[in-house]
Ligand binder design. Structure first.
Ligand code: CAA
Length: 269
């Protein structure tokens, strides 16, 4: 649905979705369950992320939570309570499919963590490229306290982001950490007062959206797909991605503008 100049909204039951000035904002919106993710909400997220991938006008994605208390308080415990392993597998696979799609999207994504990001909430934020947090945000993988382990990438993405020792500490104890600690261990990129979080996140998303798009895509690709490889193979990926940038008008314009001492005018081609 188009609402006014440049603003598009799409209706979901448990998400708010809007696109404004090339930035798609997906807001988790189940306040009565602190935005906990049931399978319906995860299905909606998959749909919204797919739309972001397919819509060329979207140049950046923000994920955040409605209200002031929670980003996402985890997978929905009420829905999971009586699952059998086969059903649990399907629920976890739906989450993995969604979050891997988000993580490998050829456009930047930022989690604006406005409150509790627990279990699946921390996991969703870690599938984004960058995490900004409000001073009141809290993170953790408390699944162990309910007889579980993380199921949407927490054992893998957390150790890659903060190191194995810290990941084991958080996953095995279920302890929560505040935004300051999350920043100290490298889980969070920047912290803002609650009332500035979304504005600052949008500002940064627009800044990234204004960068040469192909170079942003190549940077993300090289980091994502080189990270787990042996260094020689990883460097090969970077070399090829860097060389590909020389096929774009934006590379020509960027270098020309530098040498002419003027601001570049990127076209995204
Ligand atoms: N699932 C379902 N409902 C949830 C929920 C969740 N993950 N988290 C909160 N809620 C619901 C509560 O049941 C409560 O509902 P009612 O009002 O109907 O009782 C409502 O949200 C408000 O929550 P609280 O009353 O508990 O609020 P609080 O301020 O006392 O505590 C909290 C806040 C610390 C976040 C607490 O709600 C909490 O610990 N939530 C669960 C966190 C958790 O364990 N997350 C991991 C889930 S497992 C997972 O995510 C698996 C995976 O990796 C995929």
């Amino acid at each position: 649905m188009k609402v006014g100049k440049g603003l598009h909204r799409m209706e979901y039951k448990n998400l708010l979705f809007e696109i404004e000035e090339g930035i798609a904002t997906i807001t988790f919106n189940r306040p009565k369950a602190l935005n906990a993710m049931n399978s319906e909400t995860m299905g909606e997220l998959l749909h919204a992320v797919t739309r972001c991938r397919n819509n060329e006008s979207v140049r950046g994605i923000i994920l955040t939570g409605s209200g002031e208390k929670a980003f996402v308080a985890g997978a929905d415990i009420a829905e999971m309570q009586n699952l059998r392993p086969k059903e649990a597998l399907a629920f976890m696979e739906l989450g993995h499919e969604t979050l891997r799609l988000l993580e490998t999207l050829p456009k930047p994504s930022i989690a604006a963590v406005n409150g509790f990001a627990l279990g699946g909430g921390t996991e969703i934020s870690m599938a984004c490229d960058i995490r900004f947090a409000s001073e009141t945000a809290r993170f953790g993988q408390p699944e162990i306290l309910i007889g579980l382990i993380p199921g949407w990438g927490g054992t893998q993405r957390l150790s890659r982001l903060v190191g194995m020792g810290r990941a084991k500490e958080l996953v095995m104890s279920g302890e929560l950490i505040d935004a300051k600690r999350a920043y100290e261990i490298g889980l969070v990129n920047r912290i803002f007062p609650p009332d500035q979080l979304l504005t600052e996140t949008k500002k940064f998303a627009k800044k990234l959206a204004g960068m040469p798009g192909f170079a942003v895509k190549m940077a993300k690709h090289a980091i994502n797909f080189g990270y787990d490889l042996a260094i020689d193979n990883a460097i090969r990926i970077e070399t090829e991605c860097c060389a590909q940038c020389f096929s774009t008008d934006d590379q020509k314009e960027g270098m020309k503008a530098f040498l002419e001492k003027r601001k570049p005018a990127y076209t995204g081609s």
